[in-house]
Design a protein around this ligand. Structure first.
Ligand SMILES: *Cc1c(COP(=O)(O)O)cnc(C)c1O
Length: 655
């Protein structure tokens, strides 16, 4: 026996996971086979990597070091590799189905349909390629291909994640296992949208897009074709045979299917990838979290229970049993969809009923429903203003107001936030013109309130229309939640009030209140009303019930106010200057990346707050935004304030 054969290698495996209510959630894992002298550096590198994963901080890091005699290692050549480009996940899945068909899978679509289920396993799903029967001995865990590495890797990149090398290594091992027909894999890493199909016959075929960017969904399926009596040998090979994979080729670029590398294909989409990468680099890339329960004071989100400080369901009505029951009745009576626009297909009973109730709630003559608050703003502004008109718009108005202003082609005059002197001096300069003054009632990212009496006085003096967006004011401001006019004790209302059913009213949809002339005109000219299918009955009925509850139980509004005051007071005691006249508490951080980091840290600590960044707010004005609910318990809010203050202090120290 020569020294080479007697040399002992070590398999080093890392697994990081997070504690959840019902066990553990996998965060990241890695494995290498290295020489004894490289073990300590590798352990350090893997421990570091475990703590810096996009999915969050681990509660457990498990590192296992196991001796492997080199003589037991099977050396396998890497699979030949190629890459297929595609424009969309749908196209990527089609390419994958074609490849599976080519190696003899009879129903590739049925295999792909099981990817979601496979994604719930820690390991891979092992499927009979023909009957689609699941063959893993442990159906919860799946089977795990382990004890493998690239034969040649530079020691210095030992700890770095290399998706491609790891995938190539695993694919070569699995493709060479007895009776394995093919493998298909989609990464569960939200930032990694590629996948692959591999077999000895196909080689390793990378596919550019197999899921939406930011999606944590992924999965892995091994397809088996052979007698059941040989299954044990396959499992033994995949799970226990040490394998070193030799001569892994460089990762290829993506070619369009059937096209030469220079002819369009990948190139026409490259600008989007570049833009997304730039957003990531600036801390501006957005990711949607997966919510596993209805909105409430506490929710299940991405596998953990968190205190919800990131929803606009201020009064806890979205999941109220009475609201849901009324929606269910309407669904049964009127169907899932309304079937057409109001003007072409007609209005359902609940549409008119809700409009009458909203008008009376806001002390207006009439109201008109839109499908969202966004569409209400765009529809009203473009209907009222056009070329030659002038719109005075607060610098911090909501994006839907800004979009309405832009689409109207009127002249837009932006005045300093809540600065009525600035507004008046600008209005004076345009006196005599037809104009509209428009403002949020409660500013959605700052939580402060428009000085309505002053604004109405200026509108009156210069003969301008006034328009107020009460998205965050309805159900929040005023003793009975009627909004900003009640807040200031005004008898007069703005000329136009816009609102949404999707925040304190716990449903969805938008509305406009005003006089009968206005509403009649909007029915005839607001394009987002005319050219969009009417709301279905269920959300309309839900909003009707929510409005009834709000009127019968004004104590909900009082509880919301008390909770916000308590939360702000606790924050101030901890040295965070928090104040809010509404239910929105902005917590300035500054840099975009720090806001994201703070939000992630708090999420890991069980608090869900959103990180608000450009373009929602100005660059460098990133913040956490806490939205308080009437049904939060006082002690939960006090504890949350303490934890938030701690995180903000730590962030400040880091800068
Ligand atoms: C949320 C919001 C809107 C949009 O309402 P949707 O019903 O969600 O479309 C409009 N204006 C403001 C100020 C908002 O905060």
């Amino acid at each position: 026996m020569n020294t080479e054969q007697r040399m002992v290698l070590f398999s080093v495996k890392m697994r990081a996971s997070r504690k959840t209510l019902d066990g553990e959630e996998h965060i990241s894992g890695a494995e290498r086979i290295v020489r004894a002298e490289d073990v300590p550096a590798l352990v350090r590198a893997l421990a570091g990597r475990a703590q810096n994963h996009g999915k969050g901080r681990p509660d457990f890091i498990n590192i296992r070091v196991e001796a492997v005699p080199e003589s037991a290692c099977l050396r396998l050549p890497a699979l030949p590799v190629r890459a297929l480009d595609c424009a969309s996940p749908a196209e990527g899945l089609r390419l994958a189905a074609d490849l599976l068909a080519r190696v003899g899978v009879r129903d590739p679509r049925a295999v792909l349909a099981l990817m979601g289920e496979a994604g719930g396993l820690r390991g891979a799903m092992l499927l009979d390629a023909d009957s689609l029967e699941r063959l893993e001995p442990d159906k919860k865990r799946g089977i795990r291909a382990t004890l493998m590495d690239a034969a040649e890797t530079e020691p210095e990149d030992a700890g770095a994640k290399n998706h491609y090398r790891e995938a190539m290594t695993l694919a070569a091992k699995v493709a060479n296992a007895p009776n394995i027909l093919a493998e298909i894999c989609i990464s569960d890493d939200p930032d990694y949208v590629t996948g692959y199909v591999a077999s000895r016959e196909l080689g390793y075929v990378r596919i550019a897009r197999m899921k939406a960017s930011g999606s944590p969904e992924g999965g892995r399926i091994f397809l088996y074709r052979g007698p059941r009596t040989e299954l044990a040998a396959t499992l033994d090979f995949i799970e226990r045979r040490p394998v070193l994979v030799e001569r892994i080729p460089a990762a290829p670029g993506f070619d369009a299917p059937g096209a030469s590398p220079t002819s369009g294909g990948a190139k026409k989409w490259a600008f989007l990838e570049e833009r997304l990468e730039r957003l990531s680099a600036d801390g501006l890339r957005r990711r949607i979290r997966r919510m596993d329960s209805a909105p409430g004071p506490r929710v299940r989100c991405e596998g953990r229970e968190v205190l919800l400080l990131a929803s606009n369901d201020y009064l806890g009505l979205a999941n109220d049993a009475r609201v849901k029951a009324r929606a269910a009745e309407a669904l049964a009576a009127y169907g899932a969809g309304s079937g057409g626009a109001r003007l072409t297909t007609g209005a359902l009973g609940p549409h008119g009923e809700l409009e009458r109730r909203l008008a009376s709630f806001k002390h207006a003559q009439a109201a008109l429903l839109f499908n969202t608050g966004y569409m209400a703003n765009v529809g009203v502004i473009t209907a009222l203003c056009g070329q030659g008109d002038v719109i005075f718009s607060d610098a911090l108005n909501h994006a839907s107001i800004i979009d309405g202003c832009r689409q109207s082609r009127a002249e837009i005059v932006v005045y300093r936030h809540n600065d009525m002197e600035d507004l008046e001096s600008k209005a004076r300069r345009h006196a005599g013109r037809r104009g509209l003054i428009v403002s949020d009632a409660v500013f959605s990212m700052d939580g402060d309130v428009v000085p309505l009496p002053e604004l109405l006085r200026i509108a009156d003096r210069y003969g301008m229309l006034s328009m107020i967006d009460e998205a965050h004011a309805t159900g929040v401001l005023g003793a009975t939640g009627r909004g900003v006019a009640e807040h200031f004790g005004l008898a007069a209302a703005p000329d136009v009030t816009v609102g949404t059913l999707s925040k304190a009213l716990g449903s969805e949809g938008g509305f406009v209140c005003g006089n009968e002339l206005l509403v009649e005109y909007l029915k005839n000219s607001a394009r987002s009303f005319i050219f969009s299918t009417a709301l279905s009955a269920a959300p309309v009925a839900a909003a009707l019930e929510a409005l009834d509850i709000l009127c019968r139980e004004p104590e909900r509004v009082r509880r919301l106010r008390k909770n916000t005051a308590l939360f702000c007071a606790r924050l101030r005691e901890e040295g965070v200057p928090a104040r809010s006249a509404s239910a929105i508490v902005p917590l300035p951080v500054g840099h975009e990346k720090k806001a994201v980091e703070a939000a992630r840290e708090l999420f890991d600590a069980g608090l869900y707050l959103s990180a608000i960044r450009y373009p929602t707010v100005a660059r460098g004005a990133a913040r956490l935004r806490a939205a308080v609910r009437a049904d939060h318990a006082g002690d939960e809010l006090a504890e949350a304030a303490r934890r938030i203050a701690l995180t903000l202090r730590q962030m400040r120290k880091k800068s």
